[in-house]
Design a protein around this ligand. Structure first.
Ligand SMILES: O=C[C@H](O)COP(=O)(O)O
Length: 248
């Protein structure tokens, strides 16, 4: 049985003081359940959050990492550095990284290999742009992101992978994919996993939806059969809002 994952993605928001405030308020509202909860924060807040969430089952994730073990890569952070402070998850291939920081399917693939070999669970993001959806190319685009991103990833590794389907046109726009549209693509992603691996892996893999998820639409999305959680941007910044999504 898959354990759904609801993960916040803070993007480039919150100072250390703000992260501490969030954690203190959120812990008071949070009750452990059969939903896994994680907060993916800026690098500088990861240690703060790990400490603040100690003694709870709330996990912590990064939003990016480099694929090399170490080296002359000014400004980058390695998987080992994240692991050392206890980071559980890392978002890989978010559309904002693809759009603004030259992330490609090839770098996504390299990062996945490094995350798995370091013991960090990758949250691999896939999703089409509005132009691609309008051109009826959404399924083809997602399929090629999946195939290239998962190149040479073993079935054993893939079982613990999280995939986030985030249609680019629904991110931060207030325009959510309908629960049916999201469910259809998440089902398609599961079919691709079955094709690439087998039905056992397809059955185990967690597939999230992301894009303008809020407390008002969380239940409609989360109750869809193929959707195992959410990657939540803006609405994860406010403890009282994020907890309502977690408790959908
Ligand atoms: O990673 C999260 C997504 O980019 C969604 O962001 P959003 O909930 O602010 O639309």
């Amino acid at each position: 049985m898959r354990k759904p994952l609801i993960a916040g993605n803070w993007k480039m928001f919150k100072t250390t003081a703000e992260a501490k405030d969030f954690a203190e308020s959120f812990k008071k509202l949070y009750v452990s359940s059969d939903i896994q909860v994680a907060v993916c924060a800026p690098f500088t807040q990861l240690k703060t959050l790990k400490e603040a969430f100690q003694g709870t089952d709330i996990k912590v994730g990064a939003q990016n990492m480099h694929f090399a073990e170490e080296g002359a890569y000014t400004g980058e952070i390695s998987a080992a550095m994240l692991k050392e402070i206890g980071v559980d998850y890392c978002i890989i291939g978010h559309s904002e990284r693809r759009q603004f920081f030259a992330e490609t399917n090839d770098t996504v693939n390299k990062k996945l290999h490094k995350a798995f070999s370091t013991g960090i669970v990758p949250i691999m993001c896939v999703g089409e742009s509005l132009e691609e959806r309008d051109a009826e190319a959404a399924f083809e685009v997602v399929k090629s992101q999946m195939a290239a991103g998962l190149k040479d990833i073993t079935a054993e590794q893939a079982q613990s992978l999280v995939i986030a389907y985030e249609p680019v046109w629904a991110i931060g726009t207030g325009r959510t994919a309908s629960p049916e549209q999201a469910n259809e693509m998440c089902g398609f992603i599961r079919d691709i996993i079955e094709e690439l691996y087998d039905d056992d892996v397809a059955d185990k893999i967690v597939i999230q939806y992301g894009g303008s998820v809020k407390s008002s639409n969380a239940a409609d999305i989360m109750n869809m059969e193929e959707i195992d959680g959410a990657l939540v941007g803006g609405a994860s910044l406010v403890p009282e809002e994020f907890i309502q999504i977690v408790n959908f």
